[in-house]
Ligand binder design. Sequence first.
Ligand SMILES: Cc1cc2nc3c(=O)[nH]c(=O)nc-3n(C[C@H](O)[C@H](O)[C@H](O)COP(=O)(O)OP(=O)(O)OC[C@H]3O[C@@H](n4cnc5c(N)ncnc54)[C@H](O)[C@@H]3O)c2cc1C
Length: 282
Amino acid sequence: MSATSAFSCPESFARLFELLAEPNAVVLGGGTALVGQTRRRKRHLLSLKKLGLDFIKFEESTVEIGAMVTITSLINCDSKGHSGLELLQQAAKRLASTFIRNAATVGGSTVACFRWSDLPAALLASDAKMNLSLADGSEKEVSATEFFKKHPARLFRQGAILRSLSIPKREGIGSFFKMSPLTYGYAIWDVAAFKPKEGAGAKVAISAGVSLPRRLSLLEKGLDDGVSDRKEIEELACKDLAQLKIVGSRTVSKEYRTIVAPVILADTIERVLAEKGGINED
Ligand SMILES: Cc1cc2nc3c(=O)[nH]c(=O)nc-3n(C[C@H](O)[C@H](O)[C@H](O)COP(=O)(O)OP(=O)(O)OC[C@H]3O[C@@H](n4cnc5c(N)ncnc54)[C@H](O)[C@@H]3O)c2cc1C
């Protein structure tokens, strides 16, 4: 059982940051991770519900997604042909069950960044920016690449919150692949790839089998240079993967992950090259 001594729902950022300065204070998104955590120490849960962070705003060159948007709302929003948002929606569709998706938020799923979290690979491939609100009232924008370099929790120790994510508007094709033993199971691998319709700037990212989500630079360069041969794609994938520390778990071995990763990376990239995009339905 988790021990909660207090719950507050501040209506201003000033009040939130005042409360967040307390030693036991913790920000609450949808609560799907926090509620299950066993803690001896009592906590003061601070809900972000009344801070107006459940918006999806289309600007000329970006779409901004508030941290309190639920995974279900993200899936159901009209993408208006925004390719980066569509890639994020593909990942969101594969995230856990309807029950969890109705409660879990975009902010919580990004900050918690568990090994099985499905959004981070898609955030890297869609070139997202994270908008943070800091305790001193200032704001900070961090690229997804920078954000996931170390575990994001480090950015929030000093009393910051993730306010929103911004996805740049780029015409292109994105594809997401979640490899999981069960429909609602945790990922063995998550793979996301995005290729702009014109010019360079392809992004390929992987997560779940590594301790933090990572971009794969050789595959990205290969896509920019026009690679299309399956064997070459798998070779680039193997070279990229050799730079990473692939991990095993109680349910899936490191060896299995190592063998299947180049195959699912090549499958995902082939879908992008065939301009099919979309999500694996297995
Ligand atoms: C049975 C089960 C299966 C699941 N399967 C999957 C799965 O396959 N794939 C997947 O991606 N997810 C899965 N999830 C969801 C995932 O594990 C997390 O529970 C979820 O992503 C957390 O989102 P939340 O909004 O509920 O966050 P919360 O539980 O509210 O918070 C999580 C953490 O983020 C912090 N936080 C929340 N919002 C913010 C913010 N805006 N700024 C700063 N810090 C913040 C909190 O302080 C806390 O540390 C599963 C969950 C369950 C219970």
